[in-house]
Design a protein around this ligand. Structure first.
Ligand SMILES: Nc1nc2c(ncn2[C@@H]2O[C@H](COP(=O)(O)OP(=O)(O)OP(=O)(O)O)[C@@H](O)[C@H]2O)c(=O)[nH]1
Ligand SMILES: [Mg+2]
Length: 366
């Protein structure tokens, strides 16, 4: 997929980071970035997203380079997609299309497949309105409903039915998960504490889960390695049973349709007693990403939960475990923070101590 990336930015730094991330996402679907076109503009153009002059420039560059797809670092409206496709004559994708594409390639479990399908269909539905008219116009029908519109109408009806079906199936899955959870949580006299690992994609959540519980999980240096919420139980302490849940990583500008359809599995986040918010300390944009994660937690109504910030990958910024004490990031956080390295096993004792303290704080365990 030979692509050109287009983005608008107001703030140069932010624009650049967002663009870099989009390139990573493109790589995840084996796409090739031929180049990018940016425009400094505070308000997107309602018709084309970028200005009309830019559209012409994009068209020329696309033709000159042989690009197949133009990817916009934004969520385009259905009519913008239709207008751009008509003006440029190439396939137009936006950030949501790209993320949904990655998700649909990556999903394995039945639940995640349903969730991704739901997100895709929800995203497609409003886009069909513009498309139908577009197809009809090409068919030449004046004043009547052209063949394109009829086709779109049939697809629309099918999508609505399918969305309903998927929602029912997900509702059933949610019910089963709740039962499962209840069974897991009844552990006799031992206290059960539910912990959820949350954080930006690629920070090391699954690596930490593996280290803490010994559970084999898929770990990889790419966005969205984990798409399934998995829970493992572990007696990290003799008197408290900890249920740890790994979750799908977040990114900035996540399509709302996707968050909505993933809510069934993110319920474990909503149900958690304690969140471990994992951060990549070697990432110079970590603070920006913390804000994104907090925003999504707020969407999930989980932003008021007890949290421990877990700065991971310390081995990438200092050479020896003792030097962790020179790192100052933890001091800036609004809750308990620890610095660790899953790769080297640094700081894990500290992390367990912090978990223990937090649990005692909110549960009165002694
Ligand atoms: N250097 C270093 N690399 C690490 C550390 N922890 C994890 N990694 C690497 O970071 C990459 C991402 O790790 P994952 O555990 O898959 O990250 P994740 O947060 O689960 O990512 P998603 O599931 O994609 O959201 C992998 O290549 C890991 O090997 C660490 O402490 N130090
Ligand atoms: Mg993961």
């Amino acid at each position: 997929m030979k692509s050109i990336i287009v983005s608008l930015f107001e703030n140069k730094q932010e624009g650049k980071e967002s663009l870099e991330e989009l390139k990573e996402l493109l790589k995840a679907v084996n796409g090739q970035c031929l180049g990018y076109i940016t425009q400094k503009r505070s308000q997107p153009d309602p018709k084309y997203y970028v200005g009309a002059g830019k559209v012409e420039e994009i068209k020329q560059i696309a033709e000159g380079t042989g690009a197949e797809v133009i990817i916009f670092d934004a969520f385009l409206s259905p009519s913008q997609v239709a207008n751009l496709e008509r003006a440029i004559g190439k396939r137009i994708m936006d950030r949501a299309d790209l993320v949904l594409e990655i998700f649909s390639r990556r999903v394995r479990s039945k639940t995640a497949k349903l969730q991704v399908e739901l997100a895709k269909l929800t995203y497609e539905l409003p886009r069909l309105y513009g498309r139908g008219k577009e197809l009809s116009r090409l068919g030449g029908g004046v004043g009547t409903r052209g063949p394109g519109e009829q086709e779109a109408e049939i697809r629309r009806r099918w999508i609505k039915k399918r969305i309903q079906q998927i929602k029912e199936e997900l509702e059933e899955i949610k019910r089963q998960r709740r039962e499962q959870r209840k069974r897991r949580e009844s552990a006799g006299d031992i206290k059960v504490v539910k912990v959820a690992l949350v954080g930006y994609t690629n920070v090391g959540k699954s690596s930490l889960l593996r280290l803490l519980t010994g559970r084999e999980t898929f770990v990889a240096d790419m966005p969205f390695a984990t798409l399934d919420t998995k829970t493992s139980a572990k007696l990290l302490f003799p008197d408290i049973k900890i249920l740890i849940t790994d979750t799908v990583g977040f990114i900035r500008k996540l399509p709302p349709e996707l968050i909505e359809s993933f809510k069934a599995t993110l319920e474990e986040v909503q149900e958690a007693d304690l969140l471990l918010h994992v951060i990549d300390i070697s990432d110079k944009n970590w603070l920006e990403k913390v804000k994104v994660v907090k925003g999504i937690l707020k969407d999930l109504s989980a932003d008021e939960k007890p949290v421990i910030y877990v700065f991971n990958k310390a081995d990438k910024v200092v050479e020896r475990e003792e030097d962790i004490k020179y790192l100052t990031e933890a001091a800036f956080m609004d809750s308990k923070a620890v610095i660790i390295s899953v790769a080297k096993g640094w700081g894990i004792g500290e992390l367990l101590k912090a978990i223990r303290e937090k649990v005692e704080e909110f549960q009165g365990v002694s």
